[in-house]
Design a protein around this ligand. Structure first.
Ligand code: BTN
Length: 249
């Protein structure tokens, strides 16, 4: 199975590393292009949200993939990224994180990392851009976000060197991406995420589909969908959505 052979390009400032990778992909860039910026002036998150990216306060990067995978496995590329960040934070910072379905990493229930995977058409075929934002330094976002967001420095007392984290992340990404390409790769990736996610099973959640569905999570399907059992016992399969925890009152 082909490994990712990263070709790293560093920038002082970019509007968005995802947009820069999209631009270079349209010009024919190969799989493995990795664009990293010290700051983003128009960083983007899911659902048209902004991703605050102050200079040297986080790791902001995007990786270009040209997957030779069944289209149904493509949603699992987000899981590959989540596993890679989870591994890298454990390896470099001894920090254990929780994977919040489908694409956030949390520490102490607060968001430390977000992942934005986008698909684009290029003249050499469809490509995926995997954008990863990790909060590294504390006090780098507005106080009102401190209830929901955290950073490596807040959690460990130490701001990891971005290059150390990047190297570990790319190594882990390559390993999990290879796994995804193997026979039964989907199942292996889903099993690994389930083992590192308190959200996969037995979590009371609300998800913004069907007018805010409330229920209890009942595991992941092999395509990465989340099974949610509603209070009347019906099990729904959720392909995409924004999940929040429902706490007992
Ligand atoms: C989310 O949680 O909504 C996803 C956030 C993804 C942020 C990263 S930072 C690097 C890359 N460039 C962007 O503009 N967004 C992603």
């Amino acid at each position: 199975m082909p490994e990712i052979n990263p070709h790293i390009l560093r920038y002082d400032s970019l509007p968005s590393t995802n947009d820069e990778v999209a631009r270079q992909a349209a010009l024919g860039a190969d799989e493995g292009l990795c664009v990293i910026a010290a700051e983003q002036t128009a960083g983007r998150g899911r659902l048209q949200r902004a991703w605050l990216s102050p200079k040297n306060a986080g790791l902001y990067l995007s990786i270009l993939l040209r997957p030779a995978l069944d289209q149904q496995s493509w949603p699992l590329i987000t899981f590959v990224a989540a596993l890679a960040v989870n591994d890298a934070l454990l390896q470099c910072c001894n920090l254990k994180t929780d994977i919040k379905w489908p694409n956030d990493l949390l520490s102490n229930d607060r968001k430390l990392c977000g992942i934005l995977a986008e698909t684009i058409e290029t003249s050499t075929g469809r490509a995926v851009i995997v954008g990863i934002g990790i909060n590294v330094r504390k006090n780098s976002f507005p106080v009102e976000l401190e209830l929901v967001a955290t950073s490596v420095e807040t959690e460990t007392g130490r701001a990891v060197a971005p290059d150390e984290l990047l190297e570990s992340l790319l190594g882990a990404f390559s390993k999990h991406y290879q796994t995804l390409q193997q026979a039964s790769g989907n199942e292996s990736i889903v099993r690994a995420v389930s083992a590192r996610s308190s959200y996969a099973s037995n979590k009371r959640i609300r998800v913004n589909v069907d007018g805010n569905l409330v229920g209890t999570t009942r595991g992941l399907e092999s395509d990465g969908s989340l099974r949610v059992e509603t209070d009347d016992g019906e099990v729904k399969t959720i392909r995409a959505g924004d999940v929040t925890v429902v706490r007992a009152t």
